[in-house]
Design a protein around this ligand. Structure first.
Ligand code: ZN
Ligand code: ZN
Length: 349
């Protein structure tokens, strides 16, 4: 099989050949049909997260090299271990990469994505930047039916992350227009999900003009440049209702601060992005405005099943996909880091 190796932090991604694994026990072998390139891959490559105030969180303890990254994978089953169950040869699946220890308090209630000792595919063990992927158990495979496997791959992280965050809005999602900060892969995904969820719509905040245009094409009510001195006022004017929900898909000091400033009384901001930094917030305004700040990390395997079901019923999403061969993985990752990607890059072996 061919796969893309990360040999060390900040090193060139290399296409290598190795023997194709033979599934044993409950394992399932898939031929990869699509592998999304996510911002988390850029953080893994960099080896750290910026916690703000000069502090960083190192990935050195978590990552073992060489690593095959890729946690947004779809594929076709080509091999079954003798105890593999629930999947069939030749069928196409999204691979739920969020595999936990099975033992901790989060895993026990099905929140494997919050596991304290995760075994995530593409992070803690080999993932989808390859032409084959070995999945430990058929229960991590979700039937995608007739969905385009290349467009379906990003549902595993980009789709699930935005879906789980949007659900945290509660009933306001069906009542009010909301604010979405960031029109990268997650932002365009969020706009697509809002459409199939029947939400009144979203005003998008995004500094990049090309991405603002893409957001408008994906159905944003308006796309505002946060660099404008009156950005907050422009957002309020475009929204036409109180800011009851902000989804921050960027997660920088600037984006979270703007989101917090925008929030109206009893509003809620869910932060999903991991760009980095720290924000200063006025403590008295938190009770006085009775606002809620919440973080959301990926989403549960059950939510991923729910999402794929929803997308299948809607006939698929119109997410902009930039298909690239495996050999261009390194370039794709660098393009993403530099902000040159509009929509989602999916490696197609
Ligand atoms: Zn991801
Ligand atoms: Zn666990």
């Amino acid at each position: 099989m061919k796969c893309v190796h990360l040999q060390g932090f900040r090193s060139l991604l290399q296409l290598v050949e190795k023997p194709t694994p033979v599934p044993t026990g409950t394992e399932v072998l898939l031929k990869v049909l699509g592998a999304g390139v996510c911002h988390s891959d850029a953080h893994i490559w960099e080896g750290q997260y910026d916690l703000g105030g000069g502090r960083t969180m190192s990935m050195a303890e978590r990552i073992k090299f060489p690593l095959v990254m890729g946690h947004e994978t779809s594929g076709e089953v080509v091999g079954l271990g003798p105890q593999a169950q629930g999947v069939s040869l030749g069928s196409r699946y999204a691979v739920c990469s969020w595999i936990g220890c099975g033992d901790c308090r989060f895993c026990k209630i099905g929140d494997e994505h919050l596991c304290v000792a995760p075994r995530f595919l593409g992070v803690n063990r080999d993932g989808g930047y390859a032409d084959h992927i070995l999945v430990p158990d058929g229960r991590y495979l979700i039937d995608i039916g007739d969905l385009d496997p290349v467009a379906a791959a990003p549902l595993v992280c980009s789709g699930l992350t935005t879906y789980s965050a949007l659900k945290k809005a509660g009933p306001v999602l069906q009542q009010d227009r909301i604010v979405v900060i960031g029109a990268g892969g997650l932002g365009l995904m969020a706009l697509n999900l809002l459409r199939i969820l029947g939400v009144p719509g979203a005003v998008v905040v995004e500094p990049n003009a090309e991405k603002r245009q893409a957001a408008l094409e994906a159905g944003a009510l308006a796309a505002i440049d946060p660099g404008a001195t009156d950005a907050a006022q422009q957002v309020r004017n475009a929204l036409g209702n109180p800011v009851s929900f902000v989804l921050d898909l960027v997660g920088s000091a600037e984006s979270a601060s703007l989101g917090y400033e925008l929030l109206d009384r009893v509003g809620k901001m869910v932060v999903v992005g991991l760009f980095g930094g720290a924000m200063e917030l006025s403590v008295p305004l938190l009770p006085m405005r009775a606002v809620t700040l919440q973080g959301s990390y990926i989403g549960s395997p059950a939510e991923l099943r729910e999402l794929i079901e929803l997308v299948r019923k809607s006939g698929g999403l119109a997410v902009r996909v930039d298909r690239r061969p495996l050999a261009e993985a390194d370039q794709a990752l660098q393009d993403l880091r530099a902000g040159r990607v509009v929509g989602r890059v999916v490696l197609v072996p």
